[in-house]
Design a protein around this ligand. Structure first.
Ligand code: PLP
Length: 369
């Protein structure tokens, strides 16, 4: 059976990559702020409309470094409806995640609940633009100013997304991108940090290379989060095609949406002025119905994914097994129980989406009997 996965990696023309490889071989410069990493950062700056961007090894290290650069301490208010990395980085940094519920329409952190969860130990908000859809950035900014908190965005899904015709990455103190192979813009593994202030991005540059300021001076207890030249040239190759890929995804997204409308299926309310169509998440009526659709798709060789289920508060390492109740995460719990991300990638055949849609329709009908 031909397996259809939830996503498929975009590969640039191999000739383009080989041309760059020849140059890398010639130069014998593989990492440590090489020519191609610098070119990639410059191109990203132009494409995204941001300043102060630093390319890094992956999106997780981007978050690790951002937390260090902003000297976050104590409690951080965050969302449980995300990939494990968002919560794990807080634990790694010895911080205490405090979970706020999400908005039932955008599925992003609810600013009203964020404000309720602030204590004297809160130092930051770590919000996620879930599936690339912008958080309520103005409300979060107001709260951050009011309580003197740092505002960090996990923007792993938000490449190319704009809010009010401006890059979404320009909101908050720092935004962290992922260029993992499954993202719409990838460098195999990779990521980037966008900082509002130049002094913060200068510090980030030091932190990603063990805080080494000069041959004999180590200024900060940093880490190794440098992007290498092989990653950067994959990025340069992919950047040329990303707009075409987004366009292809957009068509498929709206085809799904049109053909699934009229069923009792909920879609994410997008509040971006430009979106990237990175995922195709839908919400079914119940966990039972979602799981039936999931297994019927599997039986037909189609691997949809229950992103993001379970909530990160259910990770085995939390001793308290009742964090959903403790933090009143009713909306997040409902969305996680009912969500399914359907296959979406640039070269997915429209006919395959029709097969998926038909399976969903049949399953929903059957479960109504
Ligand atoms: C929301 C979110 N945050 C962080 C990450 C981590 O990024 P990376 O895989 O590049 O380390 C991911 C990865 O998929 C993600 O989805």
């Amino acid at each position: 059976m031909n397996i259809i996965n939830v996503t498929r990696v975009d590969m640039p023309p191999i000739g383009d990559y080989i041309e760059y490889l020849e140059e890398i071989w010639e130069s014998k410069w593989l990492t440590n702020n090489g020519k191609f990493v610098q070119t990639f950062e410059n191109k990203l700056q132009g494409y995204l409309g941001v300043q102060n961007i630093v390319a890094v090894t992956n999106g997780t290290l981007a978050l690790n470094v951002a937390l260090k650069a902003l000297e976050i301490t104590g409690e951080v208010i965050t969302t449980p409806f995300t990939f494990p990395a968002t919560t794990n980085v807080l634990i790694w940094a010895g911080l205490t995640p405090v979970f706020a519920d999400i908005d039932p329409q955008t599925w992003n952190i609810d600013p009203v609940d964020v404000e309720k969860k602030i204590t004297e130990n809160t130092s930051a908000i770590l919000a996620v633009h879930c599936y690339g859809n912008p958080c309520y950035v103005e409300e979060l900014q107001k709260i951050a100013y009011k309580y003197d908190l740092k505002l960090i965005y996990d923007a792993a899904h938000s490449f190319g997304v704009q809010y009010k015709s401006e890059s979404l990455l320009n909101y908050g103190d720092v935004s962290c991108l992922s260029f993992h192979a499954t993202k719409i813009m990838h460098t195999i593994e990779g990521g980037a940090i966008v900082a509002k202030k130049t002094d913060v991005s200068d510090k980030i540059r030091l932190l990603i290379n063990h805080g080494i300021k000069s041959e004999e001076e180590v200024e900060l207890a940093g880490t190794n989060a440098k992007m290498n030249e092989f990653q950067a040239v994959m990025g340069l190759c992919n950047l040329k095609h990303v707009d075409t890929k987004i366009k292809q995804r957009e068509e498929l997204y709206f085809h799904y949406k049109e053909r699934l409308s009229g069923l009792n299926i909920q879609f994410q309310k997008l509040i971006s002025s430009r979106y990237n169509y990175i995922y195709m998440p839908v919400i079914f009526e119940s966990l039972g119905q979602r799981d039936k659709v999931y297994s019927n798709l599997i039986q037909n060789g189609i691997k949809a994914r229950k992103y993001f289920f379970p909530l990160t508060v259910s990770s085995a390492y939390f001793q308290d097994k009742n964090l959903v109740d403790k933090y009143h995460l009713n909306v997040a719990s409902y969305i996680a129980n009912c969500v399914l991300c359907l296959p979406l990638y640039a070269d997915l055949e429209m006919a395959t989406t029709d097969v998926i849609i038909d399976i969903i329709k049949k399953t929903i009908k059957r479960s109504e009997w």
